[in-house]
Design a protein around this ligand. Sequence first.
Ligand code: PGA
Length: 257
Amino acid sequence: MTRRVLVSGNWKMNHNHFESIQFVQKLAAILRASPLPSGRDASLHPPFTSLRSVQTAVESDAVPVALGAQDCHGMDRGAFTGEVSAEMLAKLGVSYVIVGHSERRTYFGETDEIVRAKLDAVLRHAMTPILCVGETLDERQGGRAEEKVSAQLGTALSKRPGSVVGGLVVAYEPIWAIGTGETATASDAQHMAAHIRREVERLSGAEAAGGIRVQYGGSVTPENARVLLSCPDVDGLLVGGASLGAEGFAAIGRAGA
Ligand code: PGA
């Protein structure tokens, strides 16, 4: 099955709503002059405070990118000061929600169980989760990378229908490569992407394994995007730092096509 490639820009805690609108206007002009190749999808994941502005700017300029969020809460409403629910995101026109990013897991104590609840919430509101998995440097050096990723996938995906799992995006983000300038080699990325697909097949069946899209994330740049996207099991990229400029993001979206 040919899967569409998804390139996602995770802005993290960058770009206030003015800067976000400027980004979208610039991206609109770039993509008007030179559209993304066919078979390529893009999503933008601004901070919550920019979602509405980005949505309006994307709609008014008909920019061919989907709206994404960086996180959500597992409950739909209630006394959870400071939190944003998946229901609220769906109302804003969000299509993709990142869950279980390693920065959430590390700095905000998110466990695999919390990540599963968030994934449930995203699915409940008919959006597509981008489930992040990945190992630390210690785990990699200790030969435990696959085991770690399998455990994260197991908690998030077990007992879900294959048809649901087949619609998900899984982002393989080795923690040692995030924001460090260290990128996994294409062969590391391919190896783990293939492992993820095998695990999904074991947990949820062949249809699910054929349907899921596996992104690679961690120090992706316009320079290394082509070789990463050439890996047979890599169906997209989750991009942090290099997605903050419209030119660079568009260049990554076009890489290798
Ligand atoms: P980076 O971040 O591209 O800045 O390494 C990737 C991510 O955390 O999604």
